[in-house]
Design a protein around this ligand. Structure first.
Ligand code: SAH
Length: 354
């Protein structure tokens, strides 16, 4: 089948076979990508209108016990300047964010042994008590089902845990042996079952990634059907084993964003910071490919440099939460607008009819 026919089929059936995915991925060219983007934006418009949701990203600790080969805050990176925000610093970020119009706070961090259930539950409860109209998203890695359940009961609404790659052999090339794809997937299914809005996702162009890996990623996303999907280009970090690897491409990331929108029409799909890092208009281009979420940085200025997952990470200026006016203008320029809203996942029945 021709690429366009495959895109039409995807829009209608929200699924392709492994072989069809592979054919489509291998046939990407400018025409195919712009057709996919056009269809993806049409689908997003039908469901979310012109609304773009914002999430205030609070990078609250860069301590991490894991040693993922791609990540700048891996435990093996002795050059990383470690920090952990205090509870009151985190609450200050929320206060600032609330004033700027944020109604979702994303607490992201490394797998910091300091983050016990007790500590996280108190934190989540404080935020939810102060801002009952806001959603709290956690992104603190792999934990037990019991722990996830406790966090959910404390009031956490959503959980981000990218699967990174759905191909087990590829997973092993990106992570030390202690980290297993099976466990990552188990976490995602547990989170979903407990009731979280769940976000999975992967890096585009990570070392050793093949088209077959991407096919696995798309099939896994379909199977899991998460409410959110986070994908962004891999970007090398100087103090990691992948320091000399090339970054993932803008074009491939945008194409995959469009395909994911067509496969999971309702999905909350961010135009990620990594995308904004590899291209000055990365956020806008992401929206034009079918994304509907942006996650400006709400962390205190002093620590932004330190939460360095990869080199060149944009962390001051227009992508930051301070510049909501600039961000609104940029988003208006691609026919969308930021809304003051929790930005929950819309179930199929809630789609816009206009
Ligand atoms: N500890 C949490 C948060 C990890 S950081 C967890 O395990 O989920 C958030 C995401 O940043 C990761 O899931 C990974 O996909 C991405 N990331 C890490 N290093 C990166 C790099 N070098 N380039 C691009 N993205 C990276």
């Amino acid at each position: 089948m021709e690429a366009k026919e495959l895109i039409d089929k995807l829009e209608i059936h929200h699924a392709l076979t492994a072989e069809e995915w592979k054919t489509l991925l291998l046939q990407r060219d400018d025409n195919t990508a712009s057709y996919a983007a056009e269809r993806a934006v049409a689908v997003r418009r039908r469901i979310y209108g012109d609304e773009v949701y914002v999430r205030g990203l609070i990078e609250f600790t860069n301590y991490c016990k894991n040693d993922c080969y791609y990540c700048g805050i891996r435990t093996g990176n002795k050059n990383a300047d470690r920090y952990r925000l205090t509870e009151s610093e985190i609450l200050d970020c929320c206060a600032h964010g609330y004033e700027l119009g944020f109604r979702t706070f994303v607490l992201q961090g490394g797998e910091d042994p300091h983050l016990t259930d007790e500590y996280l539950c108190t934190l989540v409860q404080r935020i939810k008590d102060t801002y009952p109209d806001c959603a709290v998203t956690l992104s603190v890695g792999e934990r037990s089902k019991e722990s996830y359940r406790t966090l959910y009961k404390a009031g956490a609404d959503r959980y981000l845990l990218r699967h990174e790659t759905a191909d087990p052999a590829h997973y092993e090339r990106l992570h030390p042996a202690a980290l297993r794809l099976d466990n990552r997937k188990r976490c995602l299914y547990d989170l979903k079952e407990i009731g979280f809005q769940v976000g999975a996702g992967f890096m585009v162009g990570s070392p050793y990634q093949t088209t077959d890996c991407l096919v696995e990623d798309l099939l896994f996303l379909k199977e899991l059907s998460p409410q959110m999907a986070g994908i962004g280009p891999f970007i090398p970090h100087a103090d990691t084993p992948f320091s000399d690897r090339p970054a993932g491409s803008l074009e491939q990331t945008l194409f995959l964003l469009s395909l994911i929108r067509l496969m999971l029409p309702q999905v909350l799909l961010p135009a990620t910071t990594a995308l904004a890092t590899i291209h000055p208009q990365g956020r806008e281009l992401g929206l034009l490919a079918g994304a509907n979420v942006v996650m400006p940085n709400l962390s205190p200025r002093g620590v932004r440099e330190k939460y360095k997952l990869y080199d060149g990470k944009v962390c001051t200026g227009e992508e930051a939460a301070e510049c909501m006016n600039c961000l609104q203008k940029r988003i208006n320029s691609v026919g969308c607008r930021i809304v003051v809203d929790r930005g929950d996942y819309k179930k199929e029945t809630e789609s816009c009819t206009t």
